[in-house]
Write a protein that binds this ligand. Sequence first.
Ligand SMILES: [Zn+2]
Length: 585
Amino acid sequence: MMSGTIVIKNGYVFDPLNEVNGDKMDIFIKDGKVVKELSGSEMKDAKEIDANGKTVMPGGVDSHSHIAGAKVNVGRMMRPEDSYKWARGKTPLTHSGSGYTVPSVYMEGYEYSQMGYTTVFEAAVPPMEARHTHEEMRSIPMLDMGGYLVLGNNWFMMRYLKDGDIDRAAAYVAWMMRTHKTYGIKCVNPAGVENWGWGKNISSLDETNIHFEITPREIIDGLTEINEMLGMPMSMHLHANNLGHPGCFETTKESLKLSRSVKAKQNMGVEWADTKMDLKRDQSVYLTHMQFNAFAGTSWRDFESGVKPLADYINNTDHVVIDSGCVPFGEATCMTGDGPSIHDVAVLTGSKWSNTDVEMECGAGVCPFTYLKSNPVHSTQWAMGLECLLLIDDPWKTIMTTDSPNGGPFTKYPLVMSWLMSEASREQTFSECHKWANDRSTLGGVDREMSMYDIAILTRANTAKTIGMAHRKGSFGAGADGDVTIYDIDPTKVDTRDFDNLIQKFSTAEYTIKDGNVVCHNGEITLVPDRRTYYVDVDVKDADEKDMLKDVQEWFRYYSLGFKHYPTPEKYLVNPTVIKVNAEK
Ligand SMILES: [Zn+2]
């Protein structure tokens, strides 16, 4: 049998990027890539899987998860109790692993693969921790990965933007992506995290921060413009200011408006898979964990969902994609580059907490958290996460996440899918949780039930498109990576009242196929495959870069880290896979 060559026969296929909605058809993969057909002799050598009566989708793509890097590791160290709750034993092929909300690196790979995921992007890489992040990503089996570089409070960035030197700022971003082998621009609580170094935060878009005297508005504006000037694969990825504070939805809405006039542009030198839909992204801002950025009210007493006004805004524009940050109840570990917001959580709950990266032009916070059905605010947050996905009409503007492990661990995705697909499942949870969920949100009045096609959009097609990976992921177009998930679900006979069955079937894919090889079968890892780390190499004018670098080197005299130790060498990456971006185009 030829490795990486496989035919999946007779399944019900959901491939939204090719507008395939449950058609019964065969999927052919040759040498790890999707092809239109196999020749007679290739067919003889190919592995064959009969998917009759089953659901077939491209492999799952997670565009926002926290599974590698300094703060994730702080989470593991802070939570020894996390490790005896959940474990996988060793097999001849696999390592053992443990951890529930912050699993060990091996567990992360196996558990994602078991659910049918093949690609995961780490949502926050602090520049000075890029080496550590890559070392962890290197150790995570089963998955293709990449990471977003945290730049919203970067000292050089803030200085260049304050000076209005957009060309130098753009040259800096290009150099930073290459230097730290990262994939996109992440902006966390712009201007506010810098203030956290002084024990303060920022509460409005027009407040200046200490020393740099720059406002969140200026940073969001600048990063959005630079992102499209360069033609990056993904749009600017925003974690808005005031996160987790009652009333923050207003700040979020104002922040989204900033990117409206900027036109999306991708200058990627890649072969695009052959698909029906335009694979290029439309959005100029990708808002993350919308739920946490959609709090209304003025205090915890009159707290309510602010998702509806945000969803109304997003329904009326075309420049925003969001991921949800759903809250599936139970244990979580909050961890974000937004240190002050996590400190607020710790004060609120009295839980243990930790800061990390504070003096590294970032400032993550980590705090264990349990979402309780009996708690009025948590119950409302559960409803809000689902509102984010159900009130925005166009599924191509939404992505399903739990901001793992902030709202809950990624292993709860199947539960979230069941709530999206089944009104009965939501009713059941309403009956078990605090009445605020119903009283303080609009979810109770929503009768939308997502289809299998919608789920495929929210978990692979649109995640891939949004982050600029649709040229090879989230699609069965010829030329795409041969990543496939087969769920033992007959989509013609789905009974949304039997949601427990859906949860079980989504939790354990019958087959996870990566690059044309079966890597996981009914929960058992059958092959530890090759994987890749994606990063972008942006081509900018040499003169711009030289000039900028002279300035950066000058300032490194004041760092405790030597300039030559700053970059992350390619050897830290497993199968470094460069995506060339030509800014001059
Ligand atoms: Zn996040």
